[in-house]
Ligand binder design. Structure first.
Ligand SMILES: [Zn+2]
Length: 271
């Protein structure tokens, strides 16, 4: 770690409580932004179009009714104008987001890993919500995520376990190709055997993004670990709900997260 980062890290440690509170508050604000993404991406509403509005009565929401976590509680979960119930999802996403940033700060301090992991987990949160609801993965997430992953790899190659900037970039770029390629080949084979679409373009772009984040080795592992996460849900869907549709993005993301934390251990266990 270079000296500026070391300084930031130490700063975070000496004002631990202060920064912990700040990361919780910032996380809640990010959650509020994620709610906008979750609503607008699949509905093709521009991110630049107007302020937040009530999804029931379309009335703009005043700033004092738009304070993360607090406004929902103060309004008793109802829109001030039309008194219709506001979905609890909004509050839940803000709270989860706040916990995520707090947790990552406690684990990693003010560090590149905090930035890198929070970006990844927040992207995964949007993907999970949208994919379960609409069976699609928004391009806005995979595009920005891929670019972010490709930029972070040469800047902080140690995040991918690489020693030089060039190796970091190559690992990330190869991860992108392998992630996209492995899904592309699987879907070709799947389509031939099952004669229907097995995996969508969204999954392809999403695993490419995962590859840009975590490099090619863990991306391959992610591909093989994901079915274990997806299987219980797929069985539940098939036999309880009698519906064979399974959004695969959330499970790919969960498997990637698993590999970020336990990938090395898993490799040692296998070989
Ligand atoms: Zn309303």
């Amino acid at each position: 770690m270079d000296s500026t980062l070391q300084y930031l890290y130490d700063l975070g440690q000496s004002f631990f409580i202060l920064f912990a509170i700040a990361s919780f508050v910032l996380g809640a604000c990010i959650g509020s932004f994620l709610n906008v993404c979750i609503y607008r991406f699949p509905n093709q509403v521009s991110m630049f179009k107007s302020r937040s509005f009530c999804v029931e009565c379309r009335k703009q929401i005043a700033w004092f009714d738009n304070i993360p976590l607090l406004s929902f509680l103060m309004l008793g979960g109802k829109c001030r104008a039309c008194k219709k119930q506001i979905a609890f999802q909004y509050w839940a996403v803000e709270f989860i987001s706040a916990l995520i940033l707090l947790g990552l700060f406690v684990l990693f301090g003010l560090s590149p890993r905090l930035l890198w992991l929070s970006f990844f987990i927040y992207s995964l949160l949007i993907v999970t919500w949208v994919d379960f609801k609409h069976m699609e993965i928004p391009d806005q997430v995979t595009m920005t995520g891929t670019i972010f992953g490709l930029l972070m790899a040469p800047l902080f190659p140690e995040l991918l376990g690489e020693s030089t900037r060039l190796k970091g970039f190559l690992d990330s770029f190869l991860g992108l190709l392998v992630g996209g390629g492995i899904i592309w080949i699987t879907s070709l084979i799947g389509d031939m055997i099952l004669k229907k679409e097995t995996m969508g373009g969204g999954d392809l772009k999403f695993l490419a993004m995962v590859g840009a984040f975590i490099g090619f080795k863990f991306t391959i592992m992610t591909f093989f670990v994901a079915p274990f996460f997806a299987l219980p849900y797929a069985l539940f869907q098939k036999y309880v709900k009698e519906n064979e549709l399974v959004p695969y993005g959330p499970f790919l993301g969960l498997a990637a997260l698993f590999n970020i934390f336990y990938g090395e251990e898993l490799l040692r266990l296998i070989f």
